[in-house]
Design a protein around this ligand. Sequence first.
Ligand code: FEO
Length: 397
Amino acid sequence: MHSQKISEGVYLLRANHWDRRLFDELIPLPEGTTYNSYIIFGSEKTALIDAVDFSKEDELIEALKNMGVEKIDYIVSNHAEQDHSGGINKLLSVYPHAKIVTNSKCKEFLMDLLHIPEERFLVVEDGEELSLGDKTLKFIKMPWVHWPETMITYLVEDGILFTCDLFGAHYATSDVYVYDEMREYLAAKRYYAEIMMPFRQSIKKYLQKVKELNPRIIAPSHGPLHKNPEFILNAYERWVSDEVSNEVLIVFVSMHGSTKKIVDYLADKIAKKGIKVRYYNLTVTDVGDLLMDVVDAATIVIATPTVLTGAHPSIVSAAYLLNLLRPKTKFVAFITSYGWGSRAIEQLKSLMPNIWAEILDEIAVKGYPKEEDFARLDELVEKIYEKHKEQNLIGGD
Ligand code: FEO
């Protein structure tokens, strides 16, 4: 465990999970992840902010012992998900006088998930403050910044905002603060896409609240801390906005080359129109890379071979995931290639009720694409071009 002083009486306790490769058994972690806890020594009370994942609870306890922490008065739980709460039961047994400080919804979840007895909780309301003596914690509820119980905690005197998942990034690092902004930007965008994107509208509302606090440091519970909060706030502002980029994502699988012929043709034609194209063959794609681009892209084209009248299972999975994550995509198009019959496009549309994008076309190609199919694809490219122009994404001819 990496411990580091970040302010007078405030220490980061970070568990790096260097070799974790999957989160929620769903999200690839190419660079591992981190779980950050923080300990704050006030003149009268000691508080720990967020615990770590189950797998790292012993490291946290050992780090606290090494620091000589004999007593913890409060364990602040900003979010009940187990990567931040997993270590709480162990902490409660080692520090038997500690109270868990959280909101009523989070208390309910922690009781359900970890079977923590009710008497161990101290419930706080939105905006409530808790004195540690010469330091004050202020709790700000931000429901639906991942789960309905999420909140953030502000250490008033030090200007440190503990945001748990919000403004985090999944990568293991020994850097306490953001060191390489480009690396952080990509990791934070990937994290936003995978974790935060469905809550875009809530976050849009909360960004203003965060700015009003004007924190000196933003301290999430995943990834490095932000000494320059403006960097991550500006990035989030762009991601949660309604603005899209002049970009088409082509998401496809090809079994015998027909769909590949279609998407290769399409990618080439779209690029020639001055529109950026990203091309995702789902058989070789890290889904996190795709999701990162989904954050901004104006248009997504989904192309699938027909497998026994339906879409290819990898495409079904991607469509289902996109629907869960609710991107701000403005336009979509569906393409399928088939041998004798297909309900693939109908099936994909039924899987994506949360995607409000305008459907530009639905193209079914029988067998290997022929001249009339390419003509139809040309029409789709024209439609995409016109729509991007209407959105002021492309300059005049
Ligand atoms: Fe990092 Fe929603 O847990």
